[in-house]
Write a protein that binds this ligand. Sequence first.
Ligand SMILES: NC(=O)c1ccc[n+]([C@@H]2O[C@H](COP(=O)([O-])OP(=O)(O)OC[C@H]3O[C@@H](n4cnc5c(N)ncnc54)[C@H](O)[C@@H]3O)[C@@H](O)[C@H]2O)c1
Ligand SMILES: [Zn+2]
Length: 367
Amino acid sequence: MAIMEHTVNIPAREAGSYKISIGTGILDSLWAKIEADFAGCNKFVVTDENLVSAGHLGRLLGRCEVPTYIISPAGEPSKSIDTLISIIETMEKAYLGRDTIVVGLGGGTVGDIAGFAASTFKRGVPVVHIPTTTVAQADSAIGGKTGVDSTMSKNAFGAFWHPAAVYIDVAALATLDERQYRAGLVESVKHAVIADSDYFAFIEENIEAILARDNAVLEKIADCNCRIKGGVVETDPNEQNMRRMLNYGHTIGHAVESASGYELLHGEAVAIGIIGAGLIEIEVGLAKDGRLDRIRQILEKLGVPLELPQDLTENKLIDLIKRDKKAVNRWPKFVLTSRIGQVYCPNDQWAVDVERPIVGKVLRKLL
Ligand SMILES: NC(=O)c1ccc[n+]([C@@H]2O[C@H](COP(=O)([O-])OP(=O)(O)OC[C@H]3O[C@@H](n4cnc5c(N)ncnc54)[C@H](O)[C@@H]3O)[C@@H](O)[C@H]2O)c1
Ligand SMILES: [Zn+2]
């Protein structure tokens, strides 16, 4: 069924490791595999209304009758404690116990909620992810971060809860909205920039096929993403040190995302953040090779906006950067690269100090 498999080893976890299977069209025969891989367990599916209307839930379950929670409306506003309570209570009403596996079918919203519900239901049951967006396939399904938002901030409630398995069907991306599809690919560009220059060259050479959603190319992209993110997560499952490299482009990116009132999609804001990181690298003398031009070209071809929304000011962004959740004494460290495929990591520090005036200068260039 799957043509590629990765194993992510999480030694701290009871089961020790999990498999990521990647293929095209695997959704149609996946339920039998899940039943076989997790025989003897009850299954509970969490998905959202768009996965139902796009036909993906039907493709997964066929004629099998499985208790299912359909999140409605789809998307971030439903990533709440209310939805979590509703899911847990639906599981209770279905007489499910600790022998249950939660199966999350959908994007990062579904995955984060399904994973968090699994982590809390009767003190924790396994979760299986079937990611269906470019964000989820590259990022959220791998890594074990789960959670829901409070009324004040994103992911205010959450837990590390590594999945028992991940199944990636790149053909599921065919129905994803174009803007979501493109924005989510920014995380793939990020992986290439921080970890693999060959992967970066592959994206450069295949950008048209990527935009045309060519399944063979998307499988290769998924393969590279899982190898890179899986590798980092294995080394640092709970984000103590090395995992911080995944934050490349995210320090300015998060500030931009928040300042836009979440009008910009996460990937769009991270694209601006990646340009910001590249400009910082130039300012601090880390970028004599002109790599920012190559990165900018890919992001332009993805068609994500690279200019900041007009009403933003340097002060507003600096204020938001000071509130970064990783900030110490109100100023975060920044992840920078020393070349394409390599994070700048002096003294085993994956994020480094950058003085505020330099960040201010870069923000003015972005404005
Ligand atoms: N846990 C992590 O490590 C991590 C990493 C990145 C992002 N996230 C979280 O992920 C969320 C964003 O995820 P997302 O970008 O995947 O958005 P999403 O899950 O909200 O999906 C975007 C939209 O696409 C729809 N959709 C999903 N798959 C589809 C498909 N195949 N065809 C048609 N429509 C489809 C959804 O219903 C939704 O309307 C955020 O809450 C973010 O915080 C978590
Ligand atoms: Zn991100």
